[in-house]
Design a protein around this ligand. Sequence first.
Ligand SMILES: Cc1cc2nc3c(=O)[nH]c(=O)nc-3n(C[C@H](O)[C@H](O)[C@H](O)COP(=O)(O)OP(=O)(O)OC[C@H]3O[C@@H](n4cnc5c(N)ncnc54)[C@H](O)[C@@H]3O)c2cc1C
Length: 283
Amino acid sequence: MAERQARGGILILGGGFAGAWVARLLGKRGRESTIVNHENFMLFASLLPEAASGSLEPRHVVVPLRMMCPRSDVLVGHAGTLDTSGQTVQVETEEELITVGYEQLVVAFGAVARTLPIPGLKEHALGFKSLEDAIRLRNHVLRRLEAAAAASTPGHRRRELTFVFVGAGYAGVEALAELHELVHDALRFYPELAQERQRWLLVDAAPKILPEIPTGLGDYAAAQLAKRGIDIRVATTLVSLEPHAATLSDGETVPTSTLVWTAGVRAHPRSRGSACRSTTAAA
Ligand SMILES: Cc1cc2nc3c(=O)[nH]c(=O)nc-3n(C[C@H](O)[C@H](O)[C@H](O)COP(=O)(O)OP(=O)(O)OC[C@H]3O[C@@H](n4cnc5c(N)ncnc54)[C@H](O)[C@@H]3O)c2cc1C
């Protein structure tokens, strides 16, 4: 197994907002570090909806870590076992397993999507957290238009033009609004679908959308969405999901091939107590 020391003795696990900023600010004070991250860029997650709709190019929603943190060494890979007594972390790169030694450790793994044990959710829902998710969602939605254009029955067409978003926080509302625009624009090129009605549902368990912002603003956003024909279902949850149907707690089963899960995040499981599986903790 290869071995190396973190540059300047400082090892930063995770190169998202937190990790990359720590490295950058340390760099401005003349301190070097090593960042371990799954990608060689920091994702600007608040622009993911624009990347999904195509109003921004994917490369414009990321910042290369080597550019942002010129005093840091970037190691692209997955941080695995942490040995706190030996002060090392094992990093799995595409090529090999490397043991990286450190004097000071920063753990900045971020969050993971919060999922619930809803039948079919894991198998059939689309996530919206990474750049890969955004590109996948865009491709999926555009494929639904092709599926609708090729469909031979009105029910099938309607199903392909029905889009359900579960979770009406920033991510869900912005993603829905951007994709709604994308579909609206793209449908100009599908004359066979000109008379078809699209259906967009925004579902949330809370009594209103965007609970994290002042009520006036949330109400304004809800009114704007309603004006565009978005069906807002608050105080409603997803009960089960199949490849072509979503059942909601209000009793309706919605025929759809698209359900986007944007119902929040929780702390990365490896951020609690220690970065990774800690050999010290296990001992
Ligand atoms: C669609 C969307 C829109 C958002 N909009 C806003 C907004 O408008 N305003 C706002 O303030 N916040 C917004 N957020 C939230 C914001 O993105 C997060 O709060 C922020 O990214 C958290 O920063 P972080 O560094 O803790 O985690 P992250 O930015 O998630 O970074 C964690 C990094 O660690 C890496 N990592 C994890 N595990 C490992 C491992 N084992 N080995 C190596 N690397 C690992 C990940 O790949 C990732 O690069 C949005 C989030 C999403 C998903």
